[in-house]
Unconditional design. Structure first.
Length: 246
């Protein structure tokens, strides 16, 4: 990534082309001087222009407001390395993370991001997101009985097979939810797995606070903390004098 001084898109592209040409022209001298090689395969290609760019700690975790790509004008959010790109991330994680990144990259104020997240968190705690949206996907890589240390996903899969009539096994990729209490006829558990939401009977009360911690707090904190914000700033259960304009 190269940051260039503010200017029009045309000026930015021209500067990037000049940098590309200069770097490619220098590789021959570099190879001879540093590697004692007369032949090399070094090459750099200018591909993208971002209006805004955001990086969260790791080099391979970033997002940008993309306005030009390989000769074409575009207007999109380009995301690399965040949960939004991972198949084992819940739907709600991907959607909310995308919305927050887009708001940040398009220059929305902190108050706008805060209001959006507070609304999401309130609705989450009220159980307004479906199990399909909130469930945490995870693959089963071997026979269930082969696991020496059973994590939550394996425990949930084995419980559901035994009591809920599922048939999870090696190669399955169920979703899991954490359970607060179980009423009536089912044995107690802290987690169940499912493929379809209707496989979870109403006797299972979802632990929405734990689900919030797993699916939103962690993934979103990785975005807002590099900006100097804290989870307490967006959690509506934390009210400060700032919220009253003081």
């Amino acid at each position: 990534m190269v940051e260039v001084p503010p200017g029009s898109l045309e000026e930015t592209i021209a500067k990037a082309r000049a940098i590309e040409a200069r770097l490619n022209a220098s590789y021959g001298d570099f190879a001879r001087r540093e590697l004692a090689a007369d032949k090399h395969y070094f090459s750099i290609k200018f591909e993208k222009v971002y209006r805004r760019f955001f990086q969260a700690g790791k080099k391979k975790r970033y997002a940008g407001h993309l306005v030009w790509k390989e000769g074409k004008d575009v207007d999109e959010v380009d995301v690399v390395g965040f949960e939004i790109r991972r198949s084992d991330s819940p739907q709600v994680t991907r959607e909310v993370q995308h919305d927050v990144l887009e708001m940040i990259l398009r220059g929305d104020a902190f108050e706008d991001v805060q209001a959006y997240l507070r609304d999401v968190i309130r609705r989450y705690r009220r159980g307004e997101y479906s199990l399909d949206e909130a469930g945490i996907p995870g693959g089963i890589g071997k026979n269930l009985d082969s696991y020496e240390n059973e994590d939550a996903h394996i425990r949930g899969a084995k419980y559901s097979n035994k009591y809920l009539g599922t048939d999870f096994k090696r190669g399955s990729k169920p979703k899991r939810v954490y359970i607060k209490t179980v009423t009536e006829k089912y044995p107690r558990t802290d987690v169940v797995c499912f493929e379809y939401a209707d496989q979870v009977p109403p006797e299972f009360v979802v632990d929405w606070e734990t689900m919030l911690e797993k699916t939103l707090k962690g993934p979103l904190s990785r975005i807002i903390e590099p900006l100097g914000w804290d989870w307490h700033d967006v959690d509506p259960t934390r009210t400060t004098l700032f919220d009253f304009g003081m």
